[in-house]
Design a protein around this ligand. Structure first.
Ligand code: ADP
Ligand code: F6P
Length: 478
């Protein structure tokens, strides 16, 4: 399909469920643009600042799409979602069917045919928007589980472009993926791409195995043959995502951030041990397990206010999905109980904050925290872990990190934990507190080196190199 006349076209087009900014209508009726939540935006925003391109995505409000506009050198192309699309495609199929299946079914997944129909039609809409702004031979970079049908749909509209897809979340074992009534269509949607990127080798292997077992595709050395008579092969590989190490470290080094970090500690009563959790309020993040371990450490008398305290930032997320509503109620009740049972006047045991903050405030929190608690039950990567070590150029602090995060596969020198093992988690937190400073500095140096050497710029370069090379040659790391 040729692009519309007079429409700007681009050699690089990113398609993601969300734009990097959300349109917010304020109480006074004015329109504001605010940074969108989540790791995908954190990573892709830094990548797109370095190169010209277009970003196709939803502006975060149901209704008509705002007109395309330019921001920080990127051309943003809003895609319209009706209120029904938001309910069925975004809250329903994306976040109540796929999200639980792709995260070990921590909560049960729901299957509804009308959700699937909405997922198909929204993917078609995204594919059309991409086809419209892609220059001849452009590179298209589709993001994440919300857009798994888009690669094949884009190929049908624009056979001239090169298509890559990156999955920011885990790809499930075939035994779980097989539950999806539309598993064949999802696999065939993805096979419209030239290259499929995953966080871990195990995720890429799960995908290839699903193709072999569920659609009987021929597979060989990380590639899958497409049975459409074209002789095409699609490569699947692991390219773990990262963060803008230099940009964030520079921010963390600013004197105003240091001052704010000191102020935060002061406002918390200068505790000897400040523990910190920063997560979207999502059941995958292990917040309940973390609170349970902390509560028991307090009850056992191992730690407690005023010497020790926990700040838990729980970012609002997917607030109309029932599992998220239950989680919020549960977490807030638990925080209330811990503070009621174990807090002191002027020294609550948990400081619970249900807000989004500017990047400077996040950097100050990371600089202030003695122990960072990252305890997901399953997480594709977890950029918060990488952000914490990036901000600790002083080599202070300690990272407690769940084995069930993508980040752990790169940062396994951290204080590793299995969040299901509450006793083990308690011991790990105590070790993170009590290990001598010199040993903690040695660990932090190693963690920082890994993130510095594998930053988001390198991730993007590797992905695009793999996209250019696939499927004929294996990816060459620059
Ligand atoms: P996910 O993509 O599942 O949300 P990640 O840990 O990979 O998880 O990424 C979360 C991103 O959102 C990080 O860049 C983190 O700093 C940011 N973030 C999380 N909570 C907040 C908050 N309350 N305010 C601002 N940014 C936040
Ligand atoms: O990668 C996980 C992810 O779903 C991203 O796609 C998204 O940006 C982030 O988490 C936040 O979720 P949501 O866009 O549903 O608020």
């Amino acid at each position: 399909m040729p692009s519309s006349p007079n429409r700007k076209t681009f050699d690089l087009v990113v398609a993601a469920n969300r734009l990097p900014v959300d349109q917010v209508i304020t109480e006074s009726g004015e329109t504001e643009w605010r940074r969108s939540p989540g790791g995908l935006v954190t990573a892709m925003d830094s990548v797109m600042r370095d190169q010209p391109g277009a970003w196709v995505g939803w502006a975060g409000e149901a209704g008509e799409a705002p007109a395309p506009f330019d921001q920080d050198g990127t051309h943003l192309v809003p895609v319209a979602l009706t209120a029904e699309d938001v309910r069925l495609y975004y809250e329903g199929f994306s976040n109540d069917t796929l999200w639980p299946i792709y995260h070990d079914v921590i909560v049960p997944a729901s299957f509804h045919r009308e959700w699937w129909a909405a997922y198909q039609r929204v993917n078609e809409r995204f594919a059309e928007a991409v086809a419209d702004v892609a220059a001849p031979g452009a590179r298209i970079w589709v993001q994440d589980y919300q857009l798994q049908l888009a690669p094949a749909l884009i190929r049908a509209l624009r056979p001239d472009v090169r298509i890559g897809w990156f999955n920011h979340i885990p790809f499930p074992p075939v035994e779980l993926f097989a539950q999806l009534p539309w598993r064949g269509q999802l696999l065939r949607g993805l096979l419209g791409a030239d290259f499929l990127g995953f966080q871990r080798q195990a995720d890429a292997q799960n995908f290839v195995r699903a193709c072999r077992q569920l659609i009987h595709a021929e597979t060989k050395a990380g590639t899958v043959a497409v049975d459409d008579g074209s002789g095409r092969r699609v490569r699947a590989g692991a390219i773990p995502i990262s963060i803008d190490f230099n940009g964030l470290e520079e921010l963390a080094r600013q004197p105003s951030v240091a001052e704010r970090a000191a102020e935060i500690r002061e406002q918390l009563g200068n505790p000897k041990v400040l523990m910190l959790g920063v997560d979207r309020l999502d059941y995958t993040k292990g917040i309940r397990h973390r609170l349970k371990a902390y509560q028991e450490l307090l009850a056992d008398g191992h730690v407690g206010p005023p010497e020790a305290t926990l700040v838990q930032v729980a970012t609002p997320s997917r607030e109309r999905v029932a599992a998220y509503q239950h989680l919020r109620a549960d977490v807030e009740q638990t925080v209330g109980r811990i503070n009621g049972d174990l807090g002191l006047i002027g020294s609550p045991a948990v400081h619970y904050l249900h807000h989004a903050y500017p990047r400077e405030e996040m950097a100050a929190l990371f600089r202030a925290a003695d122990v960072m608690l990252v305890t997901p039950l399953r997480d594709g990567m977890n950029l918060v872990a990488k952000e914490y070590v990036t901000c600790r150029f002083d080599l202070g602090g300690a990272l407690v990190l769940s084995e069930f995060t993508g980040a752990w596969h790169e940062l396994h020198q951290a204080f590793s934990c299995n969040p299901h093992d509450i006793e083990g988690l308690k011991q790990t937190i105590l070790r993170a507190i009590n290990t001598p400073p010199r040993e903690k500095q040695r660990i932090m140096r190693a963690l920082r080196k890994r993130v510095a050497d594998h930053d988001v710029q390198r991730w993007a370069a590797r992905f695009l190199a793999a996209l250019d090379a696939a499927p004929d040659r294996p990816e060459q790391a620059p």
